[in-house]
Structures are given as structure tokens and as C-alpha cells.
Design a protein around this ligand. Sequence first.
Ligand code: AMP
Length: 467
Amino acid sequence: MTFEALGLHTSILKALDEAGYTKPTPVQEQSIPAAIEGRDLLVSSQTGSGKTAAFMLPSLHKFAATANAAAQGGKTPNQERQAARARGDRPRFQPAQPKMLVLTPTRELALQVTTATDKYGSYMRRVKAVSILGGMPYPKQMQLLSRNPEILVATPGRLIDHMESGKIDFSELEILVLDEADRMLDMGFIDDIERIIAKTPETRQTMLFSATLDGVVGTMARRITKDPLVVAITSASNKHENIQQRMHFVDDLSHKNKMLDHLLRDTAIDQAVVFTATKRDADMIADRLTIAGFSAAALHGDMNQGARNRTLNALRRGQVKVLVATDVAARGIDVPTITHVVNYDLPKFAEDYVHRIGRTGRAGRNGLAISLVNHAEQMNIKRIERFTKQLIPVDVIEGLEPKRSAPSHAKRKPDGWKPGTSRGKPATQRTFSKPSAAPKGERGEYKSSSPRSSGSARPSQRSFGDR
Ligand code: AMP
């Protein structure tokens, strides 16, 4: 399947060619033709599956077609505004009337969607996309809105402010996208989303993307869409099969910190994201790592937008090697050179684990996700394993062994796991940087290299196989 075969406008094909996209990803292949036809979509897929292009390409295609029609005939609303100004008509305040709205849970994701839109639409003259985000100075937002952009990408909270003060009018809205809808609901945006949707025309096209379509998200999804095409993607990258996972048991904070330092000295690391439970810990660990000689930086929700953007840019440019982050701040980060994710603290929710490890293994590369686990946290690990239906192998570093022995693999079976059945077959061994056969340690653990001779361990891995 090619992008041409999906029927996309030539200006978009040119931009995709420039971006180096050779063929559509499965979510794009299934979503784009239906979206071009104007159908509503309910898509369960993860970040990393190419979902942004799945909703943005068909939308840009639609705008390219209307821009052509406008070029042959009447004026676009923006041209009318300019013409009125040229005639010397008194400028009256006019609310922005976007044609497309993309709602995202976080500012970072919103900025990523806007950047991707600029890339995909780089050969289209009449389409502007802007992000409206909390934390952005108000005059700047007003200036962006006064350009009457066709596409608005926003987090729900700030958008509500502008909508209710009459700065944005959704009566001309043609396309509504809810990106990472499950996450927006988790973050308590449901009322905001409902209020925004209530102001949009019934005739709109709605596309909803979510890691899951079960529960509350599913109920909302079905209520706000009409005869949607349901697309469920279970590709290898969705299941994070290109990401090797392992865990280390730690005794106490000092053991944990030694382990972190050792892991970050692995020469196979290009860039790493270390997740902490609190903003304070993110700052403290980033400081400690900087003193220890790492180019580390913190990223969390207490930082202002400027500081967050500077850190993310430094990460993208490779100036920051170790990003120490909290869940919300790191969500949606898409930097292909992130080779390692370290869960310094385990996430509260199993679903966050999946989002965290998805920061590595981007764009089809391999990644390694390592969790540091206190003995008291075995239930949390079980919950994660049940959610991912994958067993996380325990690894031990010589010289940094935990004082207490960890339970063996045989004792750590998620519910329903049976060795020797097709569901319990061992996953194929994947190679990540420097593969080495790790000798099996006691009680089903796997010994890896000593702290002094850094290298990546190769624990065996069992998974449920296909879900
Ligand atoms: P997303 O799931 O939208 O966050 O996209 C994940 C990454 O895949 C981004 O870096 C995109 O630029 C990239 N990407 C999306 N679609 C394609 C494609 N068809 N070919 C190659 N890369 C893609």
C-alpha cells in the first residue's frame, strides 16, 4: 500500500516524500480512506503508531480540496478579512472560526501535533495550524487566534476560557479530533470536553483516538460519533515488541541510586528518560546526576512552558542525555534517539507504564525499559504484567545484587499464564545493542555484567504471545 493509493492530495504526497515516509503505517492505512470519505472514526492505537498522520493527512486533504475550490471561485474568510481591511473598513473584533479542532491531554502533545501538521502541510498555502495551551502568554494566544487559523490544536482547559469569552466560535467546525481521549478523561477533562463538543455543529466529522475504547471512553466515544468506523490496531509496536523490558529489585534508596548510576553508564545508551513519582524527585535526581557528570535535566509540570520547551529542544538536539521526568510532562515525547527508559519509581497506573516505555523504541527502533522495584512493590509489578500480558524478567547486576532474593520467574506468573502452552511460549530473542548470553542466576534470575564492566544483559523473556 502506498500513500498515493490512499488518494491523498499531491501537495501532501510531496511533503510525505520529503519527510521520508515511504508507506502508510497500519493505522494510517485503515483510517485515511474512511476519513477522506468523511466517516467518523474510533481508533484504538498507541503513540508511535503514526496516529497523528492518520487523522491529520485526511483532514489536510480535505482542506487542500476546498482551498482549490476557493482559488477558482470565491474568497476564503481570511481573504475577506484582508479585503475588508484593505477597503479601510473599521476592524471589528471577529472570533476565530477554526475548521478543525484537535484536543490533546498535554501541551507537549499539542505542540507535537502542530509541528507534524506544519510538516505535512508544508506545500499547502492556505492552511495554518496553531496551538492554544495553558501556560502560553495571553497576548500571544490572542495574536495567534486573530490570524483565524483553520486548525486549532489545544488542551481543553485553556480552550474553554477562549470559547467562553467569545474569542473562538466553533459554528464553522468541520472536523473534531480527540487525541489520547482515555488520557484526557483520566486527567479529569470530561466536563470541559463535553462543553466544547456542545458548541460544535452536529454535522462535524469526529475522530477519536485512544489506547482503549473500553469503559468510560468507549461510552463517550459512541455518544459523540455517528456510525463510526472502529479501527483496532495491534501491531508489534503497539505491543512494544521492539522494547525489551527488565526489572531490578532494590533494597533501599542508596541501592537504588547506585543502580541508576550504573545503568546510566551503560555505553549502549544514546539518550535515556528516567521517570520519577514526584516533581521534587525529578529535580533532585537531575541535580544529583548533573553533579555526577551526566548531562541531565528535569521535566515536570511545575516548570513554565518556556523552560519545558528549552529542555525538550535540548533533548531533541542531543544536548541532554538523561531526562528525568514525571508522567504527565513526558507524555507524548517523540525523540527517536531515546534508547533507554528507567522507571526509578514505578508508575501508579499500569497504563502509564505502557506510555512510559513507549518513549523508547520510537520509529521502529529497539529500546530497553528498566524498572527499579522495591520488594514491597511486587503487587504493582504484577498489575503491570497483567495489563501488558507480558512477564518482565528480573535481572541482577553483579556487585549490586539485592540483599533479599527476588521471587523466581516460576512464582511470578501473571494470571492465566501457563508454561508450555501457546500463550506462554517464549518470545523470540531480540537483539539490543550488544547482545550477550546472560548466565542464569539463582532462582530464575539472570546475572548480567558487573558494575565495572558495563554492558547490556540479555534476560530471557516470556510473553503471552499474540493477544
Ligand atoms: P505518532 O504515533 O503520530 O506519534 O507517530 C510516531 C512517529 O512515527 C513520528 O515520529 C512520526 O513522524 C513517524 N511516522 C508516522 N507515520 C509514519 C510513516 N508512514 N512512515 C514513517 N514514519 C512515520
